[in-house]
Ligand binder design. Structure first.
Ligand SMILES: Nc1ncnc2c1ncn2[C@@H]1O[C@H](COP(=O)(O)OP(=O)(O)OP(=O)(O)O)[C@@H](O)[C@H]1O
Ligand SMILES: [Mg+2]
Length: 330
């Protein structure tokens, strides 16, 4: 099992949309067993893959969500032993639904992180919340974490538990700055974690095997630029975005690759590029279906069919490049 976080320290860059479609593609077209863990208190991944009746059932009847994973720990009762997932039939994946109450644990995780960095067993146990959860997810090929854009303590715990991260990028200066912030934070977290682990005297009490920093960068996807067909029939970013688009590989090289012990060749990190999808997005949201699987019954007519086909090729290319990178990095 490999755990992958889809992360960018900039909001609204298409993390959740990419994650849900990538998860569905790996499950439906590549026969992988996939679990989505919605670790964003906004719960957008949960809303994307389940119909309203399911959402009502989860939240009205207090069904199993990510909150049931964190609540016992927050109450001082140790790691939760429960793991219940829900199937999204349209996306072909299992899901641990998100929960707005996850936001309430941000403070606990922050306080316990400062203890963790001083070697405290309790602090480290709280920090390894998601690492412990993943030990119960061995039946999957991939676990994909959806997270919000912050570099706060919930995301730190999720990222510490993940084997890989993938970054969707919007083509603007803030995405470039977000890469720099992310690299600074990862470097600091890694040092702090190493420091805490070396001071801790009760490793057996942690109940997690995989405690060392293992997060590796698996690639980036450029998103939501305005694509136009040029004279040669190629889709390319409009000129205003070109300059920033060209800077992205350099900013990635300069910030993420120095964190890697054995980086891949630089040109392998670009997983693909997704154009603005216009009406396919609301169709997918209304039908709770992956974009590549939209049909006429979902409202696809005329030119939309070729857009769905184009998207299928794009997300397939991204998935296959990612699988290839994961194979090379493992
Ligand atoms: N390729 C696309 N073309 C057009 N709209 C898109 C595309 N990808 C995502 N969107 C829309 O952009 C908005 C932000 O996308 P999404 O929720 O996936 O971003 P996010 O990075 O997960 O946001 P957050 O940081 O809040 O979690 C959503 O309304 C989504 O439907
Ligand atoms: Mg999101």
């Amino acid at each position: 099992m490999k755990a992958i976080s889809v992360f960018n320290n900039k909001g609204g860059v298409g993390k959740t949309t990419l994650l849900c479609n990538l998860a569905a593609f790996l499950a439906m077209q590549r026969e992988k067993r996939v679990l989505i863990i919605d670790a964003d208190p906004q719960c957008n991944a949960t809303q994307s893959v389940f119909r309203d009746s399911t959402i009502d059932d989860i939240y009205t009847n207090d069904r199993f969500t990510i909150y049931q994973v964190v609540q016992p720990l927050a109450a001082g009762k140790g790691y939760s032993k429960r793991l219940t997932t829900r199937k999204s039939t349209t996306f072909g994946v299992d899901v641990i639904p998100g929960d707005p109450r996850l936001a309430l644990t941000e403070d606990l995780l922050a306080t316990d992180w400062s203890q963790a960095t001083a070697g405290s067993t309790r602090g480290l146990r709280t920090t390894f919340l998601f690492t412990n959860l993943l030990q119960r997810c061995a039946g999957y090929d991939f676990v994909l974490f959806d997270v919000g854009p912050s570099l706060g303590s919930i995301n730190r715990s999720v990222l510490l538990a993940s084997d890989f991260f993938v970054s969707p990028m919007s083509i603007d200066i803030f995405s470039l700055k977000a890469i720099q912030n992310t690299a600074i934070s990862f470097k600091k977290w890694r040092q702090q974690l190493d420091g805490g682990l070396s001071l801790n005297e009760e490793p057996a009490e942690l109940e997690v095997q995989d405690v060392r920093w293992k997060l590796r960068f698996a690639g980036y996807v450029t998103q939501q630029y305005t694509a136009k067909t040029d004279a040669t029939g190629q889709k390319r970013a409009v000129k205003a975005f070109d300059e920033i688009m060209q800077q992205i590989p350099h900013v990635i090289d300069a910030n993420f690759l120095p964190l890697e012990e054995n980086p891949l060749p630089k040109d392998r990190y670009e997983l693909g590029s997704i154009p603005t999808l216009h009406s396919l997005i609301p169709m997918s949201q209304t039908g709770r279906k992956p974009i590549f699987d939209l049909k006429s019954a979902d409202g696809v007519v005329g030119a939309h069919f070729s857009r769905v086909r184009d998207y299928s090729k794009t997300i397939g290319g991204i998935a296959d490049r990612l699988l290839d990178n994961l194979g090379r990095l493992s």
